[in-house]
Design a protein around this ligand. Sequence first.
Ligand SMILES: [Zn+2]
Length: 284
Amino acid sequence: MGRWTGHTTRALLALALAAAATGCTAGRDAAEPADGEARRSHGKAGSNGFVVQYRTGGRAATATDYLRAQRILDAAADRLNATVKVPQRIPFVVRSCGAAEPAYDPETGTIDFCAEHVDEIRDRFRQAGPGPDRPGGTAAADAHVAAVLEETAYHESAHALIDRLGLRFTGREEDVADQFAAVLLIGQGRAGERKARAAADDYALAAAETPFDAADLRDEHSLDGQRAANYACYVYGAHPDRHEDLVGRDARLDAERAEGCADEWAQARGGWRQLLTEHLKRPL
Ligand SMILES: [Zn+2]
């Protein structure tokens, strides 16, 4: 089963369904933290745009410390704010979500960034170990984890932008959100291309972990294996000369798909440029 942003195990899905917390943007109870939980915001008090709030303590402590130390969300918020003008304040709230997944909540206008998601991604790459795509072992795995969490941040921020800016488009919102993440990552150049490839790796690992079944066909997200291929296609389409290894037998893309990836990438980036035309501070 696909996570909302991509990586839910079936068990987690069942729990999430039980908690009526499905999907990235599904209306759901915003489980507010207990009084007195520590918070720290990144960004000027009262400023608009994306900010980061760390709700420390309890089960979220390790993941929160990791996110804070790596500045993953702070850097993502900075990049988003440098790119898009948003009239509202949109907090990433780092906290324990229980069975729920990271999600933008249109009721509160906040993005819940779940400690459990951080743990899941870290566990996945730890178990996968250094492979052909991950020379360098631990350091490369850490970079992969950071890249996937950055991708999650951009994916969820796309839901927030769609809601807050009233963006209208065709096609499935979850795919459109992945495209936004790809645009934000690949736009960073070679380092960002590596991040998009890490996202593809993670979706492929998630797909291998939990083979899909009929229920997944009814989900609002594309299948994890498809999302892996999509990210690979955008990276390859942006710079075919640098990512030839993504195409071929047993690679992320077959030759037929790869042929259209330059166009797919141009459509994805062009689409978001058009959607955000009046809101951009700098070119996408
Ligand atoms: Zn989503």
